[in-house]
Write a protein that binds this ligand. Structure first.
Ligand code: RAM
Length: 339
């Protein structure tokens, strides 16, 4: 009897193991096509690694690509290619929010879920936008930081990415509104925006031109990971350490030495790995109709709490991770191996 019981138990155990091994993962049979602003950008490589982590857990197939020239046309070509390949979900960080609306709507007409992440596609061309935090919070955080560093007076400029970049332009809009509205900034002389196109050399060159034009320049906001280290290097090469300070959105590893050299008191960034990871979970849940793209819908993602779809300022749908990390001389070393 004992023998029969142990054989039965062994069989039950085997069946349990087999069904666990064959249990379908939520993303099996689905393909995600990621489109980022430009190839070779370490920020997006980090983002892709978040999608890859999710792919291991959920079992979807992943493709990723971005134009070498940061162009809207290049992104459109990549999207058309993904449509031909039959992807189920597009995750796009746009170089031009309006420029991709038509091709995204062609994709949606074929049943493809269109998400933007990092930099939005306009509301009429997407199902949902996924962002690290509200554009106002990200913009104002940088302004508060540099204003404090500058002692709330002196000349301030912004070295941005591309002139049509949706995320940078939104952050800048809120920075400019706050400069106007908040009395605390009345002695800051705002010089406006120059564009380094998310390119190291161009960001360096436009910074040098600014420094040549305004020898008493005091502060720079650089809301781009590609621009950050270029601007810091230029400040250093021009012998302006101590006079010109910067802040911005940067990778910790790019900026650690410059922060310790006193070129920035603080820079900021969310974790792009997490942004990719959450975007993948959201895309799969939408494709499986476990999540509906509507205000108030929530999603469970391992390691995250309170992820809820809300209405965005542009009338579309948006979901925030709500995480922004400061990198200072004290904290940056804890991040350099991550970002
Ligand atoms: C660059 C890109 C990206 C932006 C970061 C902060 O890598 O412009 O879109 O989110 O900087």
């Amino acid at each position: 009897m004992k023998k029969i019981l142990s054989v039965v138990l062994a069989l039950v155990f085997c069946f349990a193991l087999m069904s666990a091994a064959t249990a379908e993962k939520a993303g099996e049979g689905l393909t995600i096509g990621i489109v980022y602003k430009q190839s070779g950008n370490a920020y997006f490589q980090a983002g892709v690694s978040g999608f890859e982590k999710a792919a291991e857990e959920l079992g979807f197939t992943l493709m990723h690509d971005g134009p070498s020239d940061s162009s809207n046309d290049g992104q459109e070509r990549i999207i058309r290619n993904y449509i031909d390949l039959g992807v189920d979900i597009l995750c796009i960080s746009a170089n031009d929010a309006a420029g991709l609306v038509d091709v995204c709507n062609e994709a949606r007409a074929q049943g493809i879920i269109v998400l933007s992440w990092d930099a939005k596609v306009d509301a009429e061309g997407r199902d949902l936008d996924i962002e690290p935090a509200s554009a106002k919070a990200i913009g104002v955080q940088q302004l508060e930081s540099i204003a404090e560093t500058m002692g709330y007076e002196g000349k301030l400029a912004i070295v941005s990415a591309g002139a049509t970049a949706p995320n940078q332009n939104l952050w800048i809009k809120y920075i400019e509104e706050e400069l106007e509205a908040n009395e605390a900034y009345s002695k800051i002389e705002y010089l406006g925006v120059v564009y380094g196109d998310d390119d190291y050399s161009k960001s360096y060159d436009v910074t040098k031109a600014l420094i040549d034009k305004y020898p008493d320049l005091k502060g720079l906001i650089v809301p781009t990971t590609n621009g950050g280290p270029a601007v810091a290097k230029c400040i250093q090469d021009e012998g302006k350490v101590g006079q010109i300070k910067m802040t911005g959105l940067t990778l910790a590893s790019d900026m650690a030495d410059y922060i310790k050299a006193g070129i920035a008191d603080a820079t900021f960034l969310w974790n792009p790995i997490e942004l990719g990871y959450v975007s993948a979970y959201v895309g799969v849940a939408l494709a499986n109709e476990e999540l509906t793209a509507e205000v108030g819908a929530t999603i469970e993602v391992p390691g995250f709490e309170g992820l809820e779809i809300i209405e965005s300022d542009d009338g579309g749908l948006i979901l925030y991770l709500n995480k922004l990390n400061p990198f200072t001389a004290e904290t940056v070393d804890a991040w350099v191996d991550i970002l």
